[in-house]
Design a protein around this ligand. Structure first.
Ligand SMILES: [Zn+2]
Length: 71
């Protein structure tokens, strides 16, 4: 019985350095530098608007934010 080992790896190679969660353009894979705009969808979810400088593609990412309670 052959031993099949599958190594789970991330789907796409990420050239961006770790700790940098800036997204990459889904069209040309260029890395985004800064969000064009941001908006809170809820108290804990913020969305960012990104526009690719290279191809002009725009997309939105959503991020859940930990709320820090200030009592
Ligand atoms: Zn692009």
């Amino acid at each position: 019985m052959p031993a099949i080992a599958e190594v789970l790896s991330t789907n796409a190679p990420r050239p961006a350095p770790r700790g940098n969660d800036l997204p990459t353009c889904p069209v040309c894979a260029d890395s985004m530098v800064a969000a064009e705009a941001s908006a809170f969808l809820t108290e804990s979810i913020v969305s960012y608007l990104w526009t690719c400088d290279t191809c002009g593609y725009g997309f939105v990412t959503k991020h859940s934010m930990k709320r820090f309670a200030c009592n």
